[in-house]
Design a protein around this ligand. Structure first.
Ligand SMILES: [Zn+2]
Length: 315
């Protein structure tokens, strides 16, 4: 099998006959199809070391820059198909997503309003907006907010509720819709096949001085912690998640894109519906925030989600 995996710098190779455990493979990933070998999205390197194998997919870490990613991975068409009912996973619906994200959204709204310096009606694009809960919140605060999401079922609900949401990907988003004063990406970047391309697109969509707010999970430290106990087998959630970022790696991606003054902080945790994950999120969120505050921002607890705020330079 691995003999099919030819790693050649600058060339993406298609991989065949990869074995997938049918019992654990997510729906609609076609195990028989060719998988795509990709190089490091940040530095272009292809020297990696294995981190884990989850749901039959290998997760590797770039030896040069530290980016963690799924490799090889299902081709783009299959990845897009995964999002047909993404927001309905585990019986979730609009109200459960709103509740899950409520503290994250509230904090982001306050942050964007307080850091806005220009006058006039501000424009916001929420990338991967799902049902559009954040768009509603920002409209209530006087922003001209809109969103884009590749999940038809979520966009249908958002549109029915009068939210300005476009069905599609950031990649296909029309540049002439910009510029925006702020772009938000809550738990989105880890899903995208080309996060550097996505950040470049966002950079182009922003006004000079515009703000980007990114929130991503950080799974690798938890996997390292749990692996010796035989736990954490699906924590990376591949192939929904294709990447895992340390704060340093994400900041480097932003710097290379042209963003400046990137600041990473723990931020408010999500509120999962199930009690165990909810208590864990609240506990580790509080520890992360406390540690960050007690060390005046110098310590970020590994393994919990974090937000990063970055600015496009004025010129
Ligand atoms: Zn790299």
């Amino acid at each position: 099998m691995r003999s099919d995996l030819v790693s050649t710098r600058g060339v993406s190779r298609m991989i065949g006959d990869r074995q997938v455990d049918a019992a654990t493979a997510p729906r609609r990933v076609d195990a028989a199809s060719a998988w795509e070998y990709v190089e490091c999205n940040l530095c272009g390197g292809d020297a990696t070391r294995p981190v884990a194998t989850q749901r039959g997919l290998g997760i590797v870490r770039c030896r040069a820059c530290g980016l963690v990613y799924v490799n090889p991975r299902p081709p783009a068409g299959e990845l897009t198909a995964l999002y047909a009912d993404y927001h309905g996973r585990d019986g979730q619906d609009e109200s459960s997503w709103d509740r899950l994200m409520s503290r994250v959204f509230r904090e982001a709204a306050e942050l964007l309003c307080s850091t806005r310096t220009a006058s006039g009606r501000a424009r916001l694009l929420d990338v991967g907006c799902g049902f559009g809960g954040f768009i509603d919140l920002m409209r209530q605060r006087g922003w001209d907010a809109e969103g884009v999401d590749p999940a038809p079922s979520a966009v249908e609900v958002a549109t029915r509720r009068g939210r300005a949401v476009r069905l599609g990907t950031l990649e296909g988003f029309p540049a002439e819709r910009g510029p925006y004063d702020a772009v938000t990406m809550f738990y989105v970047l880890e899903h995208l096949p080309d996060p550097m391309g996505a950040l470049r697109k966002v950079f182009d969509l922003l006004v000079p001085g515009g703000t980007l707010l990114v929130r991503v999970p950080h799974t690798t430290p938890i996997v390292r912690l749990l692996a010796p106990l035989g736990l954490g087998g699906e924590l990376y959630d591949p192939p929904f998640h294709l990447y895992d970022f340390t704060p340093a790696v994400l900041q480097e991606m932003l710097r290379r894109t042209g963003f400046r003054a990137a600041r990473t902080f723990p931020g408010q945790p999500t509120i999962p519906a199930r009690l165990g994950p909810r208590l864990a999120a609240a506990f580790f969120g509080a520890v992360a925030t406390g540690l960050h505050a007690a060390t005046r921002g110098s310590v970020l607890l590994p393994g919990v989600s974090k937000s990063t705020l970055a600015r496009k330079p004025l010129r």
